[in-house]
Design a protein around this ligand. Sequence first.
Ligand SMILES: O=C(O)CCC(=O)c1ccccc1C(=O)O
Ligand SMILES: [Mg+2]
Length: 326
Amino acid sequence: MRRVNCYRYTIPVETGVILRQRRLKQREGLLVELHENGQVGWGEIAPLPEFSGEDLPQAEQQLKQWRINWLNGQDDDLDRQYAPSVAFGISCALAELQGDLGSEGCYDTAPLCYGDPDELYAKLQQMSGEKVAKMKVGLYEANRDGLIADMFLTAIPDLKLRLDANRAWTLEKAAQFAAKIAESNKKRIQFIEEPCRTPAMSMQFAAQHNIAIAWDETTREPNLFAKKSDHLTAFIIKPTLFGSLQKCISLIEYAHKQGLTAVISSSIESSLALTQLARFAAQYTPDTTPGLDTLNLMQTQLLRRWQNSPLPLADLNSPFITPLAL
Ligand SMILES: O=C(O)CCC(=O)c1ccccc1C(=O)O
Ligand SMILES: [Mg+2]
């Protein structure tokens, strides 16, 4: 006997969270709770504004349709029939229901920083294992980004640095950034995600300046497999933007076959999905530090705790969660 409960959540986020020039005041999403044969599974469906193609009302409508089909005994093709955030959330709930999502999580995630050295030093001191951090660039002057990145690499000799420009730079701006990085420091740049306006420009930049790059937005565009480069070292996989766990596993396996790293990355989900991503990362990318350091953008956790997070935990009776009558 199958049973489904659905909820909508709204969590206030810290001031200053900007997504492609748009301020994010709150994070909204859906929760789906499945019951079958005495088992329970949870999933989170949270389209990310400015990044997802679908919005929350569309996701809710799709969840309503999937629920009807599942209660009628149908098992839909999630990635063919539903938007990525819907396919991802439902696949997590089904994976939990079927016991396919590991219990151990990789909570040692790469600290995300915006250029404040003190903040990064503090976070790195708490890290066990490899010291890897991610810094957003492209928001200010490229020279400044280069000086700060080089300072971090020089000051912390065992630091491996990930950078993310979200396609902000022209080739000229990217060259200004690269000019500030000491040659001896370049090999500790694990990658720059999407440095330039287009993948072709990014590949040209990487070859000209001998700096590793990674595809993030490009993993969700057509002809990904044609965009190869000797300087490409990683795919950044955001399941909420990409699709079901099964679709992500296929891309992880392809990346590993190509000798690339696959980094499981946050789409600013609540602690429910973030902890599921930490478990998924431990299961399928055990040798790679995930990029899940976004919980501190929120004012509360939802249903499940992130290891050692001091944030309060909201349960189903909290004002942040509303039952949905679909
Ligand atoms: O990947 C990470 O470490 C954190 C997630 C992150 O950076 C991100 C979060 C929301 C939207 C876009 C991005 C991005 O990687 O570009
Ligand atoms: Mg990115």
